[in-house]
Design a protein around this ligand. Sequence first.
Ligand code: MG
Length: 173
Amino acid sequence: MPKTTRSKLETRIGFGWDSHAFKPGIPLMVGGVHLAYDKGLGGHSDGDILLHAITDALLGGIAGPDIGTLFPPSDPQWKGADSVIFLREALKRVAEAGYGVANLDSTLILNAPKIGPHSAAIRARVAELMNIPVDSVGLKAKTPEGLNHDGAAMAHVVVLLQRTKKKPALRRA
Ligand code: MG
């Protein structure tokens, strides 16, 4: 039988992944930042692959339900939703589990637009949303060489969670 007691881990790791297809004429949102481009990422929400992958990484870190379970694509209330809502729910659940975010690292895979010129803005926005220092937000971008994925963008994210709640002090008689 698996143990039913709560984990006493001081740190936990979480991993998240997401992909969306490019569609013409919609805004491109990456990490809560609007990037000027003639296409955006389609999806039931605003299609922000980076925030979706971060959200799933946070939820995975506490072995919680995934983003699609909490915010089903079939539910019309999430159509065009700001993905910051999803991220905030995941952060709330992480805090309730007694953890905070130590750092995160991410890799975006897309052919265009180039992420380099927007990297500082994306890292700053993600850091702000997560209430962590900018140097705790890693962001790398790769082109999908040999993958034939020109029409889509992908995001991979790992987060490290650190226990925040203090243990009760030992009382001596
Ligand atoms: Mg998504």
